[in-house]
Design a protein around this ligand. Structure first.
Ligand code: 0X9
Ligand code: ZN
Length: 338
């Protein structure tokens, strides 16, 4: 994985440009942000450009609804890169990637909030979370009063009970003036209209959790609760964890693991992406990644340490593959957990 030297800013665009030339990659512009940046999706599948969208079992991997969550973007980009780099290679990973790319539509929106992401590279704004909506219309963006939380702006259960999002412009979870008012949420909605996704993996940081719907209430489990658990595992056998296949070909967890749980058990949200996905029939997860080896400056600290970032991807890798493998028959999970 060629990281671009320097601070990584807009590095994903260089990666996307590089991949766009491949026959297995098609770039789709889903919309433009408040500041005019493209919100980009890549479709990865055999013969990507000529083949009609939505003609193979589909998975959406997305990240960086929240501007500061750089590690989540890295995990998404490395998942993308796994498929494109290993495709066609005569290696174990090559066989896996080739089989999946030839039979699945793998979609990636690794930077859903490019305005906010860009803003986190400016002095004093590293921990910006929301998008760059100019809430008070004063022509200055990125003031505390500005920005909508993309993960509270989706239409499903938007503003439900006024618990789990805010109507206060100053809030970090400001839900926006209307459901799907924001370019970032509209872009995802456009994807829902284009493709009948089976799974969605919506990467965030920073709590070592693996969450699934509902987020808006915790009393009534969703009909697919047990199916969600079957993929996510439990505290001891979490689907996202340090591990390896042992000599018997069994998956052995060796260290850090993510706690699988109902989203609403963490806290209530409304208008979040995965509840919206689920309302569209998509089995959707929110992993919250972390960089365990860094001093705990803040939950969103990110250190550009290659080994560390790659270790995080490797924790996610088997789960990323499980979703792709199971996409043709989701009711019968193919899980590395066995
Ligand atoms: O609050 C969020 O949007 C996500 N956590 S973060 O710290 N990255 O902001 C979690 C959303 C998961 N849904 C629920 N907890 N209901
Ligand atoms: Zn987040």
């Amino acid at each position: 994985y060629d990281r671009v030297a320097g601070d990584g800013k807009e590095q994903y665009l260089e990666l996307y440009d590089r991949l766009e030339g491949m026959s297995i990659v098609k770039k789709v512009i889903l919309g433009k942000t408040h500041m005019g940046r493209d919100i980009v999706a890549l479709k990865v599948t055999q013969n990507a450009k000529a083949r009609t969208d939505n003609t193979r079992p589909a998975v959406l991997y997305n990240a960086m609804q929240h501007a500061r969550e750089w590690l989540a973007g890295e995990t998404c980009k490395r998942s993308l890169n796994y498929f494109t780099t290993n495709y066609g290679k005569a290696t174990p990973d090559g066989a896996i990637a080739t089989e999946l790319v030839n039979t699945r539509e793998l979609w990636f929106v690794c930077v859903n909030n490019p305005d906010g992401y860009e803003y986190t590279f400016t002095p004093g704004n590293r921990l910006w979370r929301k998008n760059m909506a100019d809430n008070n219309g004063n022509g200055v963006r990125g003031e505390p009063v500005d920005g909508v939380d993309p993960n509270r702006n989706h239409a499903t259960h938007w503003g439900f009970d006024n618990e789990g999002s805010s109507n206060d412009l100053l809030s970090e979870t400001y839900r926006g003036p209307a459901p799907d008012s924001e370019p970032e949420t509209k872009a995802i909605k456009k994807l829902w209209d284009m493709v009948d996704f089976v799974f969605n993996k919506n990467d965030h940081t920073a709590a070592e959790l693996l969450l699934w719907p509902n987020g808006f209430q915790q009393y009534t489990p969703v009909p697919d609760h047990e199916l969600f658990e079957a993929y996510a595992g439990d505290d001891d056998r979490s689907a996202i964890a340090d591990g390896h296949y042992n000599a018997d070909g069994e998956w052995e967890i060796t260290g850090n693991r993510f706690d699988p749980d109902l989203s609403a058990e963490l806290y209530i949200t409304n208008g979040d992406l995965t509840d919206d996905a689920y309302a569209h029939g998509i089995l959707a997860y929110t992993p919250e990644g972390s960089q365990p080896n860094i001093p705990n400056v803040s939950g969103f600290e990110f250190q550009d340490v290659e080994a560390d970032i790659q270790a995080e991807f490797l924790r996610h890798k088997e789960f990323v593959l499980d979703l792709a493998r199971s996409a043709d028959d989701p009711a019968n999970p193919i899980s590395h957990l066995g």
